[in-house]
Design a protein around this ligand. Structure first.
Ligand code: SF4
Ligand code: SF4
Length: 278
């Protein structure tokens, strides 16, 4: 069972929900797919057992074979190639590794080489497998690192901490999940981003429910929206200084406050039942 924890924007408490759900339900694997800013490791404090590099295929141009026909430049949709007076130049950070330029080059001037774009790290944390993906600074291919990370866990109960937002990295993280928990807060920004996230998971056909973090803050627009749309609110986490302080200190709510463990177990059970019904 794969459970993705997503949110339309950063700072809504997505990582807290992923962390506390994983710890209270003793899941098999946790994947930190927030590859541009992974932060579950702050709470797990792992001793890394393994590190792997994620590569993409990148064109390498042999100028001695190139006759400057320009076919590769025309082909590249991402403007990663440009023809100068005497050579073709390549902008690696625009390349999407489609491999097309090496196919269209009749002169055999383009070969493909591996370029590192990120890393995957593994640690055993208690009874859980913990994997983290990390995109190299300045790289844009977050979905490639997320996809490589997701290949590390196929069986058992898996919690996926998705990247914030509603674009390609979030879609890559949640796409084959059995259930998505959308974490939001009862503020105008939270409400607006929740609606976008709901649109994405509905399009992907993934069953989902909502967790309202910082409940008591803001207004009741999120509650009214969920009621009108028939969306289940699975949990309300109160707006509380002691929870915010624990998070800031890198501490886990369910370990500090015993009553929270029961609430997160209730959340897990609610998700499990909905997955079984499918
Ligand atoms: S591999 Fe694809 S994206 Fe990269 S330079 Fe070649 S055509 Fe462009
Ligand atoms: S397609 Fe090949 S020969 Fe033509 S410009 Fe590109 S690298 Fe040079």
């Amino acid at each position: 069972m794969k459970i993705a924890i997503a949110s339309g924007k950063g700072g809504t408490g997505k990582t807290s929900v992923a962390l506390n759900l994983a710890v209270s339900a003793s899941v098999d694997t946790v994947l930190d797919c927030d590859v541009e800013a992974p932060n579950l490791h702050i709470f797990f404090k792992p001793h890394w057992n393994l590190e792997e590099t994620v590569f993409v295929k990148t064109p390498a141009i042999d100028s001695s074979k190139c006759d400057l026909c320009g076919k590769c430049v025309e082909f590249c949709n991402y403007n990663a190639l440009a023809k100068l007076r005497d050579k073709v130049i390549f902008f690696s950070h625009l390349c999407h590794s489609c491999g097309g330029c090496s196919i269209v080059c009749d002169r055999g001037a383009i070969s493909e080489v591996d370029r590192p774009i990120g890393i995957l790290r593994y640690a055993r944390v208690g009874d859980m497998d913990f994997w983290e993906g990390r995109l190299n600074y300045g790289e844009s291919l977050a979905p490639v690192v997320i996809s490589a990370l997701k290949e590390k866990a196929e069986d058992g109960t898996i919690v996926i901490d998705s990247p914030p937002g509603n674009t390609c990295p979030m879609v890559e993280a949640v796409i084959d999940s059995d259930f998505a928990i959308l974490v939001t807060e009862p503020t105008p920004f939270g409400f607006s981003d929740l609606k976008l996230a709901v649109g994405v998971v509905r399009k992907l056909g993934i069953p989902f429910g909502v967790v309202i973090n910082k409940h008591g803050l803001g207004d009741d627009r999120v509650e009214r929206y969920c009621k009108d749309e028939g969306i289940d609110i699975l949990m309300r986490i109160p707006y509380s200084m002691r929870l915010a302080s624990a998070y800031a200190r890198g501490e886990t709510w369910v370990e500090l406050f015993p009553e929270m463990r029961g609430k997160f177990l209730g959340l897990f059970e609610a998700v499990r039942k909905r997955c079984l019904k499918r």
